[in-house]
Design a binder for this molecule. Structure first.
Ligand code: PMM
Length: 272
């Protein structure tokens, strides 16, 4: 089945790929509408940048960024996900019309988020995470038998246990290996090559490779300088196609139009 395309709407001044481009509610709403027109199945609306080294906004700032955008886009019929680690933000986002909580901390940053999700019908995206952005790259060590794939699998299973204990049924849980979050480039590649391990856990999978720095280092120039963020789209599209072949449930992307074209092409190929 063709994966769902989750279009990213970062209502932030400082996200690594598109920070500052849609950081007013009106600009973000217009961007969300454009992504729907381009073929997004879901919109992921976030008010906190998680790029390495980022500092956290106040909860009031995060609420002020995402709630009006969610309200407007959900009212127009968009299927909306809120990208937040905070229970208060999840709660208000769900009240504003979001139906998916995308928690990049998998319940570790604010465990009450699990209770908020459990009390609704919302889908819970449980991503692998080890710590906030200011220190996550120091936590990128997976020196255990089975390496990063086994470690991420085991840590995600612990997060699932907590989500279940809070009352979220398995059908409402989506797992994400968390590319780039406390991961070095080699870890991201190992996780992509090991996706079948995650698939065998029986949950839907979401993956977010779009424009991330492991693609910048893969495509580095002869002097070793990483390929710029704006010039990683062809590599992102290659991964979109490969992830579709891995039968993931969703792919989180910035350039929805390009990824939709790639998925349409793959779909047509598969029809023969
Ligand atoms: N990556 C980012 C933010 N949110 N959510 C999920 N579920 N998976 C991801 O890989 C993910 C995410 C960081 O990327 P951005 O700054 O471009 O939004």
């Amino acid at each position: 089945m063709t994966p769902l395309l989750m279009g990213v709407v970062n209502v932030t001044p400082d996200s690594f790929s598109d920070g500052g481009r849609w950081d007013t509610p009106d600009a973000a709403i217009a961007h969300g509408r454009d992504l729907i027109t381009e073929g997004a199945d879901l919109l992921d609306i976030g008010g906190e940048s998680t790029r390495p080294g980022a500092t956290r906004p106040l909860v009031e700032e995060e609420l002020g960024r995402v709630v009006p955008v969610i309200q407007a886009l959900a009212a127009e019929g968009a299927r909306v996900s809120v990208d937040t680690m905070r229970s208060e933000v999840a709660e208000q986002a769900l009240a504003a019309g979001a139906t998916i909580v995308n928690d990049v901390s998998g319940g570790l940053a604010d465990p009450r988020i699990l209770d908020v999700v459990a009390a609704t019908d919302a889908t819970y995206v449980c991503m692998h995470w080890r710590g906030h952005s200011d220190r996550m790259q120091q936590l990128a060590s997976y020196d255990v038998p089975g390496g990063v794939v086994a470690a991420v699998r085991d840590e995600l299973c612990e997060r699932v246990d907590d989500a279940r204990a809070a009352g979220i049924p398995d059908e409402r849980i989506v797992l994400d290996p968390g590319l780039g979050f406390a991961k070095k480039a080699e870890h991201n590649w190992a996780l992509l090559a090991g996706l079948s391990v995650f698939r065998s856990l029986g949950f839907r999978l979401l993956v977010g490779p779009s424009r991330k720095s492991f693609l910048g280092s893969l495509l580095a120039g002869p002097d070793g300088s990483p390929r710029s963020v704006d010039d990683r789209e062809a590599a992102t599209l290659a991964l979109t196609v490969l992830l579709a072949q891995e039968q993931v449930w969703g792919i989180r992307v910035h350039d929805v139009r390009a990824s939709r074209d790639a998925l349409r092409t793959l779909d047509r190929w598969e029809q023969g």
